[in-house]
Design a protein around this ligand. Structure first.
Ligand code: PLP
Length: 449
């Protein structure tokens, strides 16, 4: 039984809040998070939880990183909101762009600021089309993306999104000009093949689709280096170099959606560093300001920027490049670099992965373990042979047992059957062990049916 204050919050929530990706009449978990610090959350009853998923895999620096709070408070002592429209500047957005330019890949040195990830992808798509318009090829407008992808819940980003099971229900057709191809989901290969004998057909298939759509109509391919919401789909070593080559050979731009995989999550600053390739544009958000405030950006390659000179940017967002978000981002990037956060994610991630492989993979309910750095997951199945995912009831049981034991994780993946292990990239080995020691007996005790 919770106290009167908690009951009041829950009642106001039930009466007035419509929650994302949740039934309108869904039963609330009944938890009101009130405080946050490091890897921990505390609810209104004073109960503590380890945040093993960094919320939506976004609090990459843990909760309330002090330098970010100080940067926000310093900026707020001088300014609040000033616009980026019509070419106006402020010190925070200038510093932020300069900082990001120091850490982005290749010549991705021009930034369009947004308030989040969907908006970043909207504009990556808009810039791809504007680029071809500027180059005199306005018929190149189609966007190819992957099934099982998540790029956001706005118009163009939702049309590029390939997880259609829930996201497109009751929404009618997606926008015209979007084409999907199968992802490199080796555990559930869309072609029923096995790596490496498959010859990475999923990458080759992109070439076939571009040819058949007609390269003169295709503007860009967009993909998450490792699909996050789709279930930590971590492609084989050949995949991204092949995709890069296919895009270049066909005159198709490559947009990397690093919204979830960027900012040290995979043990590198950017996930694409694992494949040593550079995209033509890159979208980013989540870790960009430590998720302390909303922020996002599209990084645009120099060649694209030069070709688009003379064009006017088609729109924008009131809060894109908000000075306070930019101040937070400067502080966040400083921490990522100074504290070698990517190295920590690689080291602790390796330790967790070893434990998952040794202690979780032998369990009958665990079908597959995958991921890089601290972008890890176990795919849970009711039958290892048929790979049938766990039922919604078992999923609910898992979430409730974890919450009872003081662990918050997130949903997602194939039929919501993934146990995400995506803690803050600053987590220590001891903290990770503490969390795994709590999670393990709960997973062991789960009935598969
Ligand atoms: N792209 C990826 C890869 C994401 O994981 C997400 C969110 O989870 C988005 C885009 C959308 O970002 P936002 O929710 O900030 O709009």
């Amino acid at each position: 039984m919770v106290d009167a204050r908690t009951r009041q919050f829950l009642e106001w929530d039930r009466s007035h809040i419509v929650h994302p990706l949740f039934p309108l009449d869904g039963q609330l978990p009944g938890i009101v998070f009130e405080k946050a610090d490091g890897i921990m959350l505390v609810d209104t009853e004073g109960k503590e939880y380890i945040d093993i998923a960094s919320q939506l895999t976004c609090c990459n620096l843990g909760h309330r990183p002090r330098p970010i709070i100080e940067a926000i408070s310093n900026a707020l002592s001088k300014t609040d909101y000033t616009e980026a429209y019509w070419g106006y500047s402020n010190p925070y957005s200038s510093q932020c762009a300069h900082k990001l330019a120091e850490i982005t890949l290749g010549n991705l040195k021009h930034f369009f600021f947004t308030s989040g990830g969907a908006e970043a992808n909207e504009f990556a798509i808009r810039f791809a089309r504007l680029y071809w318009h500027a180059k005199g090829s306005p018929d190149k407008f189609k966007i190819i993306s992957l099934y099982n992808s998540y790029h956001g819940s706005a118009g163009l980003s939702a049309s590029a999104t390939g997880i259609s099971r829930i996201y497109s229900t009751g929404q009618g057709p997606q926008a015209a000009g979007f084409v999907k191809v199968p992802p490199a989901y080796c555990y559930r290969c869309p072609f029923s093949l096995s790596y490496p004998g498959c010859g990475v057909l999923c990458a080759q298939y992109l070439s076939y689709v571009i040819d058949n759509e007609d390269p003169n109509t295709v503007a860009a391919f967009i993909g998450e280096p490792i699909q996050g919401g789709g279930g930590i789909i971590d492609p084989p070593p050949e995949y991204w170099p092949m995709v890069r080559r296919i895009c270049s050979d066909h005159g198709v731009l490559l947009i990397a959606d690093e919204v979830q995989s960027g900012f040290c999550r995979t043990g590198r600053m950017w996930a694409l560093e694992h494949w040593d390739i550079v995209p033509d544009m890159m979208s980013m958000s989540k870790g960009i300001a430590g998720s302390v405030v909303p922020f996002g950006a599209v990084a645009i390659g120099h060649e694209l920027f030069e070709a688009m000179k003379g064009q006017t940017v088609p729109g924008g967002y009131t809060f894109g490049g908000h000075p306070i978000s930019c101040a937070a981002s400067v502080a966040a990037v400083d921490i990522y670099v100074r504290d070698k956060v990517a190295e920590n994610a690689a080291r602790v991630g390796k330790h967790i992965k070893e434990r998952l492989d040794a202690e979780f993979f032998p369990l009958p309910i665990v079908g597959n373990i995958r991921g890089k750095g601290l972008f890890l997951a176990a795919e849970l199945v009711s039958d290892r042979k048929t790979k049938k995912p766990i039922s919604p009831e078992v999923r609910k049981e898992l979430t409730l047992r974890l919450l009872e034991a003081g662990i918050v994780t997130r949903g997602g993946g194939y039929m919501n059957s993934l146990l995400y292990i995506t803690p803050p990239c600053t987590i220590t080995t001891e903290e990770a062990d503490r969390a795994l020691d709590i999670i393990k007996p709960i997973v062991i005790a789960l009935k598969t049916q």
